[in-house]
Design a protein around this ligand. Structure first.
Ligand code: G6P
Length: 430
């Protein structure tokens, strides 16, 4: 039926607040990181949906799935059994021959690749940028990420042992589809999509698919599709790591535990909304903003800047904090708010000195700091304390206040939040 706004002012706000549910649904049935989670399209269906019936065209995944809150205990047992019966370095042939286990497409594919190429547009491209850090760090797979419209038109060096990963909310974006077909035409037959629409062209044309369960996304500025893509990409990372013998049982358990806790962690971050609103009041009168991050959170800074410019029409750009001194520092004055994504990670001390560089020029810092970072409110320092440090999954949490900042700034400026000027939800023509 029609998607109701309920108590929300805009679809974007509703979709931001749906993220705990969207992530829980996307992870439903995941209790062991087995590569079969990434089924071939022959057997492709939304995770945890047992019906063989493909969804009808135009019928989106259910907006509100019942779930146990612990990723589906029953399905969980099944996956656990499957995961633990596999040897650490499996003989894929033997697994393929097992009766009653027809869906080994992903396992076989994962044995036949030794690099990853991620393609996407807009927000979906940024989720790929986060995944590159995960894939190289956790699965030790060389990974390249490229904007689809660039990749499709340049002469590149194809490598058949590449897994081409196309990321798309709609599964219909013209440039991403064309980039996929371009890669295939160059002989790269191992393809996987992370996609929110099970009936889309992207899903039909890829060898493997992972369907996110964000539900229908109406706001042009993507929010819940992004965080569910990240959840899918993290699972892909773990599945690839496992298939390459790089994931111990203890590591797998720790990652799964963190993933199970994500919906609750997201709720805690959403509760920061009143503090974000006070930031938004200050941003509403600005014409420029700079976003800084490092490592895993550099793409989150990029996504934060994209959200702000898309819906509030404030010029915003993002930089990896270490590049500040190579250009953008020249722009910093007291009129320039500088949003800094500051998780409590190995790069924190480096980031703190970048923040000093901004303060020394009179720049106003707006910092999303984890608990325990010892970054405090003060002159020109506006700090929102994130509830906890979330390790490799931290990007899924840090992006949420940036979504809310863009949303409330746009509301304060009175723009058309759900339908920003000149932009379309799905760009199916060139
Ligand atoms: C448009 C939308 C963005 C989206 C991008 C890619 O620009 O406005 O929100 O990120 O397309 O769309 P896709 O459906 O491929 O993820």
């Amino acid at each position: 039926g029609a998607v109701e706004l309920g108590p929300y002012r805009h679809y974007m706000q509703k979709e931001i607040f749906e993220q705990p549910r969207a992530i829980a649904d996307t992870l439903q049935g995941v209790a062991g990181i087995v590569p079969e989670l990434f089924d071939g399209i022959g057997a492709c269906r939304p995770l945890g949906v047992e019906s063989e019936k493909a969804p009808q065209r135009g019928q989106f995944l259910p907006d509100s799935q019942p779930h146990s809150g612990a990723m589906g205990q029953e399905a969980g047992k099944k996956w656990t059994a499957a995961a633990h019966s596999q040897p650490t370095t499996p003989k894929s042939d033997r697994l393929l021959e097992q009766p009653g286990r027809p869906r080994q497409a992903a396992w076989r594919v994962f044995q036949e690749i030794d690099r990853v190429l991620i393609l996407g547009c807009g927000t979906s491209y940024y989720s790929g940028c986060v995944a590159r850090y995960w894939l190289e760090d956790i699965a030790a797979i060389p990974t390249q990420v490229e904007v689809a419209s660039e990749y499709r038109y340049r002469a590149s060096v194809p490598d058949a042992r590449t897994l081409v990963v196309v990321i798309s909310q709609s599964g219909e974006t013209a440039d991403t589809l064309a980039a996929l077909r371009h890669a295939q035409s160059l002989g790269m037959r191992h393809t996987l999509t992370i996609c929110n629409v099970a009936t889309s062209a992207m899903v039909r044309e890829c060898e493997l698919a992972y369907i996110t369960r964000a539900g229908v996304e109406i706001g042009v500025a993507s929010t819940k599709a992004f965080t569910t893509q990240l959840a899918g990409l993290f699972l892909l990372t773990l599945a690839l790591a496992q298939s390459r013998g790089r994931l111990s049982k203890a590591q797998e358990d720790a990652h799964l535990k963190a993933m199970r806790h994500l919906p609750a962690a997201l709720h805690a971050v959403l509760a920061l909304e009143p503090q974000i609103i006070s930031w938004a009041e200050a941003f509403a009168s600005k014409e420029n903003a700079l976003f800084l991050g490092r490592g895993l959170h550099y793409p989150i800074a990029l996504e934060g800047a994209l959200k702000l410019k898309e819906i509030s029409y404030i010029h915003a750009e993002a930089y990896p904090a270490g590049e500040l001194k190579h250009g953008p520092l020249a722009l910093v004055t007291s009129a320039m708010p500088v949003v800094t994504v500051a998780p409590n990670d190995a790069l924190l001390e480096k980031l703190k000195s970048n923040m000093q560089e901004v303060r020394a020029r009179g720049g106003e810092l707006y910092v999303l700091a984890d608990a325990g970072t010892q970054i405090d409110n003060g002159e020109g320092m506006h700090v929102i304390r994130m509830p906890e440090n979330y390790g490799p999954l931290s990007p899924l949490l840090h992006v949420v206040p940036l979504q809310l900042l863009a949303y409330h700034t746009a509301c304060a400026r009175g723009t058309d939040v759900d339908k920003p000027r000149n932009l379309a939800k799905s760009v199916t023509v060139e």
